[in-house]
Design a protein around this ligand. Sequence first.
Ligand SMILES: C[S@@+](CC[C@H](N)C(=O)[O-])C[C@H]1O[C@@H](n2cnc3c(N)ncnc32)[C@H](O)[C@@H]1O
Length: 283
Amino acid sequence: MTAQGGASTRAQAIARGIARLAKAGVPEPARDARLLYRWAGGIDGARFAAVLDNPAPAPELARFERAIAARAARTPVSHITGVREFWDRSFLVTPAVLDPRPETEALIAAALNGPAPARILDLGTGSGCLLLTLLAEWPASRGTGVDVSAEALAVAAANARRLGVADRAELRRGDWCGGLDGPFDLIVANPPYIAAAELAGLAPEVRLHEPLAALSPGGDGLDAYRCIAAGLPPLLAPGGRAFFEIGATQAAAVRAILRAAGLAVTAVLPDLDGRDRVISASP
Ligand SMILES: C[S@@+](CC[C@H](N)C(=O)[O-])C[C@H]1O[C@@H](n2cnc3c(N)ncnc32)[C@H](O)[C@@H]1O
């Protein structure tokens, strides 16, 4: 069906897009097709419903159809649009970084539920979503983001400029706690934690498009916690706080690792789905 002498309406184009994504097994085809149409047309959410029945301009339609083809091939939405929302801010995302996840916002909520720190350390900063969000929320804080990946650090640096916090963010290449000078009042980390045996079962968007170094340290998935816990105590200020994202089944194991390193585990906190997601510790 077409409108006004043969042109597809936006609604018709979106309906075709939904059908194509559903056929490709994309988990939420309607949400993704609508989001990609808004991106292709540069149409903001408030205006979207009002323009759905208008004919789709050819360049907009072509851009949408390319996006649908990429999504049907299981490219993540953020790799098509180049951005991802996290804690109400827009972060640049490339294949060099982990796509910031909604469940990681549980760590931000936990950290913000405490005093503003003078110095923050973010281990495995990736897109910078943890460090840069905290710097944006706490305008007097300064922070360091560490990553082993130079490509990831370039994305984090671009995000720091976009959010206006670059003058308070030091981004450095490194291997977890190595070569850092403390003390830091707040240390956060969302390390790679997927066990090697679980990689094959991940969705194609994750398995084929996100960096392996951001997903898994290999083995049982706990090696990054072991390395971080071993190096962290001298970096954490007296009275300081540390927060780690964990996999839903890892609370007991990570608690034991942190305790063995001499840290006091203060809480295990859930994400919005009620799964264990964040573990907090103090000196
Ligand atoms: C799960 S991602 C987290 C990214 C971001 N902090 C977030 O929450 O979305 C883990 C990050 O740790 C980095 N990483 C892996 N091994 C590392 C190491 N030995 N030292 C420092 N960073 C490392 C990866 O490059 C990746 O950016």
